[in-house]
Ligand binder design. Structure first.
Ligand SMILES: Cc1ncc(COP(=O)(O)OP(=O)(O)O)c(N)n1
Ligand SMILES: Cc1ncsc1CCOP(=O)(O)O
Ligand SMILES: [Mg+2]
Length: 219
């Protein structure tokens, strides 16, 4: 897999929005650069319904040329020929995910410490997700708010390992995440619960690009 554009990484499952497919289409129109299918929670779809919904999301991503990454489920990622899989510290080991999914696919790993980041890199991660940077209500079992300090530490120690910040990120607070050294930002609610998801994605993308390239370069 070539370098993945992690600038604006949208994550969503069917329970994150009333009309999730229309939200995803709007988000893609608004400029998200990567998508993660994360179907979990008490009322999450299972079985054939989950698969059908995942396929609809994948079709939309393909239309827009945006990578479709499956959260947690390495087998589903394989069966669907997804572009990649994202695993956390309580999921399948990154090494196993990489072995199973192959060298040409994307493997993302959630990390919270230098040691976890080092292991993720050795196990073949293409990027790491770090957070929650700010308070989040989208993950019941989220760890305590971490701020941006560890992003800076990991970014300095492993400059070739792309980092995406996650947790409570909005267009207003995104700058600090890039300042800390992240290559991208990852959001659920800032797009999924927005009145206008396309506009929300457009604003987040603009905020991200301004942080990366400067205000004068991005209007
Ligand atoms: C990009 C990104 N970063 C972190 C996570 C969190 O993964 P995990 O800790 O496994 O928690 P769940 O999302 O599985 O509840 C992520 N999904 N994506
Ligand atoms: C999946 C996940 N992992 C850490 S925080 C989080 C949820 C992010 O959602 P939001 O952008 O709505 O805070
Ligand atoms: Mg997980």
């Amino acid at each position: 897999m070539g370098k993945t554009d992690l600038t604006l990484y949208f994550i969503m499952g069917s329970m994150n929005a009333e009309k999730p497919l229309s939200v995803l289409e709007d988000a893609l129109k608004g400029g998200v650069t990567c998508f993660q299918f994360r179907e979990k929670g008490p009322r999450a779809l299972v079985g054939m319904e989950k698969r059908a919904f995942a396929e609809s999301c994948q079709r939309l991503c393909r239309q827009f040329g945006v990578p479709f990454i499956v959260n947690d489920d390495v087998d589903l990622a394989l069966e669907m020929d997804a572009d990649g899989v994202h695993v956390g510290q309580d999921d399948a080991e990154a090494r196993f995910a990489r072995e199973k999914i192959g060298a040409d696919k994307i493997v993302g790993v959630s990390v919270h410490t230098v040691e976890e980041a080092r292991r993720a890199m050795m196990d073949g991660a293409d990027y790491v997700g770090m957070g929650p940077v700010y308070q989040t209500s989208s993950k019941d079992d989220a760890k305590p708010v971490a701020g941006t300090t560890m992003i800076t530490v990991v970014g300095k120690l492993f400059p070739d390992l792309p980092i995406v910040g996650i947790g409570g990120i909005t267009a207003e607070n995104a700058d600090a995440v890039f300042e800390a050294g992240a290559s991208g930002l990852s959001v659920i609610s800032a797009i999924a619960t927005a009145m206008d998801p396309e506009l929300a994605a457009r604003r987040l993308r603009k905020a991200a690009l301004r942080s990366m390239y400067g205000r004068r370069a991005v209007r």
